[in-house]
Design a protein around this ligand. Structure first.
Ligand code: FAD
Length: 393
């Protein structure tokens, strides 16, 4: 039997479910199919199990895209306040962690339940374990052959996400569909991902895995002040995940290890007041001790502060405020939270997410070349772009 509907959504993740419930609320008959055995797997694992579901300070400036204006219309028409109202309607307790990031108090499961409840109320049917075998356009829309029968629909919404975390069901399927209808796909790479070090830089940090400190990480014009974590293979933590979106092989990273402190003034003051103390001792009072010790041994000089002449103080200060680091790579899609690049937005309507090349084809969420910073921005894009398509499909 053929399952017919007005709107067929491929991908039961954040963007697909949101598009589906929006279209369903408009009276459209909606089917959602997903090849995974469970819906919203990324939502479940997000935010350390508590889902950072939005950011109250969301603006277009928090996204990377070849067209930085593309995301504006959808973000303006479905705002963080709109999603918060929905969270409150479902009586989900939440809190702000920092920097406008909103998390569930208990579990991300509540967000998946919210989406499924809204879908059910709007009459949306969701089917898991359903793989698409063939897609074709027919006179009045689309026909898909799947592992669970044939589906027909007037509109097709592609919400298959990016390539990150393949074990959660991520595939490049959305890119293939887009290409087939003439869209270009901009080069993809892992984003919001730990960076790896190799050779000398890795050796010099050997044994420091687990050390965390606040830094300002800078790459080109982008900079983020937050925590850095030294790992067995390199560096991670929010500051590094954020800057990873802007880093590419060969680009230099710079770390301010004492953000907000002018290191030269501080060193001169230490020399005047505590000249007999070892630099590692005084530095160990404002940085993690093991790191302070290693910095002195490997880079700054390991001796009492009074033995540093002015030129040596300047060199040490510039290392502390502007530490150069060459990453060798990223940990890749296995641990990346997002995929940079994707379907070029040039031939997609920013108002409706509909293809300008193939009427009735919509693309939403991470499959598009729109990538948010760490902090709830990626889900806000999933809700907003899903809402835009759900209003139009
Ligand atoms: P997805 O949520 O990835 O959904 C895509 C769906 O399509 C999946 O269900 C998949 O099974 C299905 N699919 C794929 N290929 C096919 C196919 N061929 N056939 C049928 N179905 C298919 N963002 C935040 O804003 N806040 C956070 O706290 C946060 N934490 C994260 C933590 C982790 C570990 C990860 C990996 C990501 C996190 N993100 C977070 C990013 C966020 O999860 C994504 O940006 C968001 O889920 C993208 O939504 P989407 O609907 O476009 O894609």
């Amino acid at each position: 039997a053929v399952i017919d509907s007005d709107v067929l959504v491929i991908g039961a993740g954040a963007a697909g479910l949101f598009a589906a419930l929006t279209a369903g609320q408009r009276g459209r008959r909606v089917q959602v199919i997903d090849h995974a055995n469970k819906v919203g797997k990324k939502i479940l694992m997000s935010g350390g199990g508590r889902c950072n579901f939005t950011n109250t300070g969301t603006t277009a400036a928090n996204y990377l895209s070849a067209n930085p204006h593309f995301c504006k219309s959808a973000l303006a028409r479905y705002t963080p306040a709109d999603f918060i109202a929905l969270v409150e309607k479902h009586r989900i307790a939440y809190h702000e962690k920092e920097l406008g990031q909103l998390f569930c108090d208990t579990s991300s499961k509540a967000i998946v339940r919210l989406l499924l409840d809204e879908c059910a109320q709007a009459g949306v049917q969701v089917r898991t374990d359903t793989a698409v075998e063939a897609i074709e356009t027919i006179a009045d829309g689309w026909q898909l052959r799947t592992s669970n029968g044939v589906y027909t629909a007037r509109s097709l919404i592609v919400a298959t996400g990016g390539l990150s975390v393949p074990t959660m069901g991520a595939t490049g399927f959305g890119y293939e569909i887009a290409k087939r209808y003439g869209h270009s796909v901009l080069p993809t790479r892992a984003g919001l991902v730990p960076l790896t070090l190799s050779g000398k830089p890795l050796e010099r940090f050997d044994g420091l895995s687990g050390v965390a400190l606040e830094v300002e990480a800078q790459c080109g014009k982008a900079s983020f002040r937050n925590q850095l974590l030294i790992t067995h293979r390199g560096i991670s933590g929010p500051a590094i995940l954020q800057i990873s979106n802007y880093w590419q092989p060969g680009k230099e990273l710079r770390l301010d290890l004492l953000p907000g402190t002018d290191a030269l003034t501080w060193l001169q003051q230490m020399k005047a007041e505590r000249g007999a103390s070892e630099l590692r001792t005084v530095l160990g009072e404002i940085l993690p001790k093991r790191l302070a010790q290693r910095l002195c041994e490997q880079w700054l000089g390991d001796k009492p502060v009074r033995q540093f002449d002015e030129r040596q103080l300047q060199t040490a200060a510039s290392l502390l405020n502007d530490f150069p680091l060459t990453a060798s790579g990223t940990e890749g899609y296995r641990t990346a939270e997002v995929t940079l690049g994707g379907v070029d937005t040039a031939k997609v309507s920013s108002a409706s997410m509909e293809s300008k090349l193939q009427p009735g084809l919509f693309l939403v969420g991470e499959v598009l070349d729109v990538t948010g910073w760490l902090g709830g921005y990626n889900f806000q894009w999933a809700w907003a772009s899903g809402h835009a398509a759900g209003q139009a499909a």
